[in-house]
Design a protein around this ligand. Structure first.
Ligand code: GLV
Ligand code: GLV
Length: 363
């Protein structure tokens, strides 16, 4: 994928999204320290290096500081003092204390993630700070990974790989390592936003799956997709596979707990590529180890990087270390979008993708 700038627009070539973007006609005068050439330059603090052109884009125009590690809050606060823009990771907590530490010059927080549960959006809005993030560019990679987990858990790929490596494969047998059929099965999507829809397209188009969807914000059908809008209760009872694609909020915390797991089929498989705390992980360990459900595919955990006790011993769970957007192409596109979100604001515009349109920006 490439970003192609034309006057007044930025178009992403290579998929369906064309995001309008006001490019500045004149170089911006950025308010901050004085650079070598006498022009003022903005200070941008980025937590970790990212693949792709983001850093060089920002360096051309700003004083870019890369912290190189996730710092404890006090050290993070120290290092962002006087920043005009932040480019945090999902492990940085951007709350009142961080915003106070950054000071009155901070104009934009551009999260290197689509999820914004690490950012106190109302606190940013109250201070006139834009909250940027990286939707769309990671939709396909994350949907691909959800399908990877679904297929791997259904066909017991990780257990089977172990059989081979440990020399336990003694020859083909009719009843050896049987899993769940994917083609034609019913997939229940909890959350039907960009990523949920992208999973639905893969599952319906590639695997002839019947799609049920529940979204607290309402299910909006897109295009040709046949999707049945249903309650969470019915979705859990009827689905062979359940996949979570919701943002983490107070309402979605532990949305799937013991009661929900118990209502699922014994042959069902639960997938989560969104945020760990949406599932009560201890309840999931219990459900997996007592055969309440047949398996799980997890990319996210309640207390990353830790796992709930006993989860590592649940061999019907496929466990990945938060890799939804982890392709070279997507991580570079996320960086580019996060950098452009910042540069747009420093130029007096709005981010390309941002979560608080109600903000009255600081000047
Ligand atoms: C990753 O988890 C993201 O929110 O982008
Ligand atoms: C399996 O390998 C088959 O040929 O059915």
């Amino acid at each position: 994928m490439r970003w192609v700038g034309r006057k007044g627009r930025l178009e992403r070539i290579g998929n369906e999204f064309n995001i309008p973007h006001p490019l500045p006609d004149h170089p911006a005068v950025l308010v901050a320290g004085i650079g070598d050439n006498g022009l003022t330059v903005a200070k941008v603090v980025m937590t970790l290096s990212v693949p792709g052109p983001a850093e060089s884009r920002l360096r051309e125009r700003c004083e870019l500081e890369i912290l190189g590690e996730i710092l404890a809050p006090e050290r993070y606060w120290e290092s962002i003092r006087g920043a005009d823009a932040l480019l945090p990771q999902l492990r940085d907590r951007i709350d009142d204390a961080a915003l106070d530490a950054a000071g009155p010059g901070l104009r934009v927080v551009s999260n290197y993630a689509v999820g914004l549960d690490n950012v106190d959006i109302p606190a940013c809005t109250a201070r006139g700070i834009y909250v940027g993030h990286t939707p769309d560019v990671l939709t396909d990679a994350t949907a691909d990974l959800a399908m990877t987990l679904l297929l791997s858990a259904a066909r017991r790929v990780v257990e089977s790989d172990r059989e081979m490596r440990e020399g336990r494969y003694l020859g083909w047998r009719p009843d050896y390592l049987l899993g769940q059929e994917v083609t034609g099965a019913t997939l229940g999507l909890i959350g039907f936003g960009r990523i949920g829809k992208a999973v639905a397209r893969r599952a319906a188009g590639g695997f002839a799956m019947r799609i049920l969807a529940y979204d607290p914000a309402g299910v909006v059908r897109s295009g040709e997709l046949e999707v049945e809008d249903c309650s969470l209760e019915r979705l859990l009872v009827e689905s062979d596979f359940v996949s979570c694609h919701l943002p983490l909020t107070e309402e979605t915390h532990h949305l799937i707990g013991e009661v929900e797991l118990t209502s699922m089929r014994r042959s069902a498989i639960l997938i989560n590529t969104s945020r760990g705390p949406i599932i009560d992980e201890a309840a999931l360990v219990h459900a997996l180890s007592t055969g309440v459900i047949a398996g799980a595919g997890l990319d996210v955990y309640e207390r990353e990087p830790e796992m709930a006790e006993g989860l590592a011993q649940c061999f019907t769970a496929v466990l990945l270390p938060h890799l939804g957007s982890a392709t070279w192409k997507t991580r570079a596109a996320m960086g580019e979008l996060a950098a452009r979100n910042i540069l747009n604001v420093l130029d007096g515009g709005t981010p390309i993708a941002w979560a608080n349109p109600e903000v009255t920006p600081r000047r």
